[in-house]
Each structure stands twice: as structure tokens, then as C-alpha cells.
Design a protein around this ligand. Structure first.
Ligand SMILES: Cc1ncc(COP(=O)(O)O)c(C=O)c1O
Length: 467
């Protein structure tokens, strides 16, 4: 224990040095060959090594090669820097090392509070037991869609868990062309079949075309299929668009469909007063996926599935063998009854710490700071003759492209992200939007400034010139 005490103090130093120095180092750099060999080819030591040595190794071989998301000029995908309170508290969860499957110990109890807080932040209804923490939104989506699938089967008088799907009319789900890949993966995993996931077209602002949705559902009903779920996005990954959730909720209600919302990245955007109206209808969803490890900065991984009717998730997953029966579990039972995971890590502690450290006003400030910067970047792009804004800015994502010449723009913009990344001064990623190669930035860092945006545009220009 003396070793642990000493090494712990040293670990805290290393951690603080790393976090303090992030902005001074390259945003990202490739792992050099020698280090790659160390990382990938080392042999398992025959005898155990000292804690101190492990820390030295981490300092020398691991911390210098980050993904980049700790840096204020990291704008790639949807990856935030870690919140300091989450970083600080994480070792305590490991020290306790519970399984939060359920039971009467701190972990599951704290998870109840954290899930309630998350639902409250975004204005989603929260009956007791109405949600659970997951590895991320991909797993939250599996839980929500499995729940939807079982509810549809039960409504039709059969049991998908018992019978499987064979011999039944195909269940059809609706997402937009901009819906995240995790919705497709979940549908495939659940045996629904990729061909039964309809791609609903989007309007000029990349929001679901609800008239088209209605027409597609009607057509599928005519064909004898079983429309069962529509998934809207509260913040798409490409442009940050928020689907017309209220209208989608109307359609879902009219046709008896499960209404799922993917708010993995963007649900917290509702806290931005300027954008809140766009989220109307979120509270009508049957389920919502929301990732604390995105905008909030809870250290990876932590997602959350929120459910209007907790009993529905339990009906989709509960399977309690005799060796897990807990007479004292109370009405809600164990978390493990609401999803596929049995042994569950103590995700609630880092989420509790992050939320408590920020407070409601801190979360709102973080959201408004980053959405404000995204709008500023949008305005800068619109004002610049060599850039073009490709979508309205609703959340903290800005989609645009570099237009220094008339042709070859797809090719150019496709090449820009890697070229910018290699320079080490900023990091952004690309996508395709409306049939064109695009650049996109997602701002999640509390320390990003307007000056960082100036640097970003200059970096894009410089990288493009060299292509
Ligand atoms: C909009 C959206 N939905 C879902 C996901 C999947 O979430 P996770 O990576 O936490 O599984 C992401 C991830 O970036 C996302 O941006």
C-alpha cells in the first residue's frame, strides 16, 4: 500500500502535467515506428514490474501520442476533452471496482441519480428506473431498439424473445440519410435486416422530410410489412441538424410506431436558448440515446439510454437465473435486467463528478460557448470568398468546404482533413453532405477560442495549397 500511495502521488503529477501541457503540444502526431513497435510488439513480462516503472512507461510511450481530443483545436468527429472532475474521480471507481449490475451498494444507487439528472437536463420525462448508463450511444441504441422490437411484437400478440423473427412480417424502421451508423448497426444486430431500414430523404437543411416519412410508412403497410419504429436525430453527426421531432412524434403516434431519438451528441443542445425551440417534441420520444462522454466530457465511455416506460426495457431484457435472484432488489430490480450487460462498470461516479463539478449552469455555459463558436465559424466561412457554408449551424457542428478554385472541389476537400491533421496545428475530419465532399468541425472544448477558429481556417488554406 505504501507503493500505491507513492505511485498514486506520482500518477497525479503525470496526469496534471499532461493536461496542463496539452495546448502547447501538437494536436496530433503519428506514432513513430519505434514507439509503434513498443506499443504493439512488447512481450508479456515473466515477472511483475514495479508500479513506478509502469508510470514511467506510460509517461514516455503512451501520453505523448494522444488521439488529439484533449486539445482546444481538435475539431474531429464528436470527441470531447475529459472533464477534470471525471479524470480525478475515475481511479476511485477502479479502487472500489464494483459491478453495477444491481444490488445495495453505492454504484447502482448513484446511477439512479445520474440518469435522473441527465433526463432532467434535456427535459425528458423520467419515471423511476427510466434509464441506464451504457458504454456509449451505440449500446444505448441497441437497448432502445430491442425494446421497441419487443413492444411491437407484444402489441401484435407474439413474443420476439421467445420465437425469434422468422415467419413474421418484416419489421421496418425509418431513419434519415443523415442518421448515425449506430442505428443501422443496431437494426442489423437485432435481426431486422439492413433492407428493412428505410432511408427517409432530408430537406435542404438536412432534417427529416416528414411528408416522405408518411408516404414510406403507408407504402410499407400496403406491402404487408410491419413499420415499428422511427428514429429521429437531435443533432446529426454530419451537420448537427435536429429533425422536426414534434412532427415525427405526430406521425409515430398516428401509426403506432416507437419514436426513438438519437441525441447521443446533440440532445444537450436544447440548453442553448437560441436553439431550444428546434428540440420541441424531444420529450415525446419513447426512448432517447444521450452520451455523457460527448458534449459533457465525461471520460470515455459513458452513454445513456432513457426510456419513457422502463417496464418496456425490462420486458425486452430481464432474465434472472437463480444465482442472480435478489430478494431485496425492490420494484425496479437490477440494472442488468434492462440491457444486455451483466457485469457493469461504475460509470455513474465519473458522470456524477462531471455533472456536479459543472452544475446545471456550467453545462449550459459549455453548450452555449461551443454553439456560439460554431455559429461564429459559420459566419467566418460565409464571409470568406474561399469557403462555403454547407448547412445551417444548429448545434456545435459547422459543415463547410474550401472553395479556392472552381473545379476539383470534391477531391480537394476529401484530401484536406488528413493534410491538416499532419501539420499538427489543428484537427478536423471530413464527410459527404448533399452529395459533396465536405469539411466539418465539432466544437466541444471549453477552452476553444475564436482565435483557434482563425488558426483552423488558415491551416486549411495552407494545407490545401500544398496539395
Ligand atoms: C449522432 C451520433 N449518434 C450516435 C453515435 C454513436 O455513439 P457512441 O460512439 O457513443 O457509441 C455518435 C458517435 O459519434 C453520434 O455522433
Amino acid at each position: 500500500m505504501h507503493d500505491l500511495r507513492q505511485a498514486g502521488a506520482k500518477a497525479a503529477e503525470i496526469m496534471a502535467d499532461h493536461l496542463e501541457g496539452v495546448a502547447e503540444r501538437p494536436v496530433w502526431r503519428p506514432v513513430p515506428d519505434g514507439e509503434l513497435a513498443w506499443l504493439t510488439r512488447q512481450e508479456l513480462p515473466e515477472t511483475g514490474r514495479a508500479l513506478d516503472e509502469l508510470l514511467e512507461d506510460a509517461r514516455e510511450h503512451v501520453l505523448p501520442y494522444p488521439m488529439g481530443n484533449g486539445h482546444p483545436r481538435f475539431f474531429g468527429w464528436v470527441n470531447s476533452p475529459p472533464n477534470p472532475a471525471g479524470v480525478l474521480i475515475e481511479p476511485l471507481a477502479a479502487a472500489l471496482n464494483p459491478s453495477c449490475a444491481g444490488g445495495d451498494h453505492a454504484g447502482p444507487h448513484l446511477e439512479r441519480a445520474v440518469v435522473r439528472w441527465l433526463a432532467g437536463l434535456v427535459g425528458f420525462p423520467h419515471p423511476p428506473g427510466g434509464g441506464l448508463l451504457t458504454s456509449g450511444a451505440s449500446m444505448a441504441t441497441v437497448i432502445c431498439l430491442a425494446t421497441a422490437r419487443q413492444q411491437a411484437a407484444l402489441a401484435d400478440g407474439w413474443d420476439a424473445r421467445e420465437e425469434g423473427l422468422s415467419g413474421r412480417p418484416s419489421m421496418v424502421m425509418y431513419v434519415t440519410e443523415e442518421g448515425h451508423s449506430c442505428l443501422h448497426k443496431a437494426a442489423q444486430l437485432l435481426g431486422l435486416g439492413a433492407r428493412n431500414v428505410r432511408l427517409v430523404p432530408v430537406d435542404a437543411t438536412y432534417r427529416m422530410d416528414v411528408r416522405a416519412l408518411r408516404a414510406m410508412i403507408a407504402e410499407d403497410l400496403d406491402a404487408g410489412l410491419r413499420p415499428f419504429c422511427v428514429a429521429g436525430s437531435a443533432g446529426t453527426v454530419n451537420s448537427g441538424a435536429v429533425d422536426p421531432l414534434d412532427e415525427i412524434a405526430d406521425v409515430a403516434a398516428a401509426y403506432g410506431l416507437w419514436f426513438h431519438v438519437d441525441g447521443a451528441y446533440g440532445a444537450l443542445g436544447v440548453l442553448d436558448d437560441g436553439a431550444a425551440a428546434q428540440y420541441a417534441g424531444l420529450e415525446r420520444a419513447d426512448s432517447l440515446a444521450l452520451d455523457p462522454h460527448k458534449w459533457l466530457g465525461v471520460p470515455v465511455g459513458c452513454g445513456c439510454a432513457l426510456l419513457r416506460d422502463p417496464g418496456a426495457a425490462r420486458a425486452a431484457f430481464s432474465l434472472v437465473p437463480s444465482y442472480l435472484v435478489d430478494e431485496n432488489a425492490g420494484d425496479l430490480g437490477w440494472f442488468a435486467e434492462y440491457g444486455p450487460e451483466q457485469t457493469r462498470p461504475f460509470r455513474a461516479l465519473k458522470t456524477w463528478a462531471t455533472l456536479s463539478y459543472l452544475g446545471r449552469s456550467g453545462v449550459k455555459r459549455l453548450v452555449e460557448h461551443t454553439t456560439g463558436l460554431a455559429r461564429t465559424l459559420g459566419a467566418m466561412v460565409e464571409a470568406a470568398p474561399d469557403f462555403e457554408l454547407l448547412a445551417p449551424v444548429t448545434t456545435s457542428i459547422t459543415a463547410f468546404r474550401h472553395t479556392p478554385r472552381a473545379d476539383g472541389l470534391d477531391e480537394l476537400n476529401r484530401a484536406i482533413p488528413v493534410a491538416v491533421q499532419a501539420r499538427g496545428n489543428a484537427f478536423l475530419t471530413g464527410t459527404r453532405l448533399g452529395g459533396r465532399d465536405a469539411l466539418r468541425t465539432c466544437i466541444l472544448h471549453p477552452d476553444t477560442t475564436e482565435q483557434d477558429l482563425v488558426v483552423l481556417l488558415d491551416e486549411i488554406r495552407l494545407a490545401a495549397k500544398a496539395l
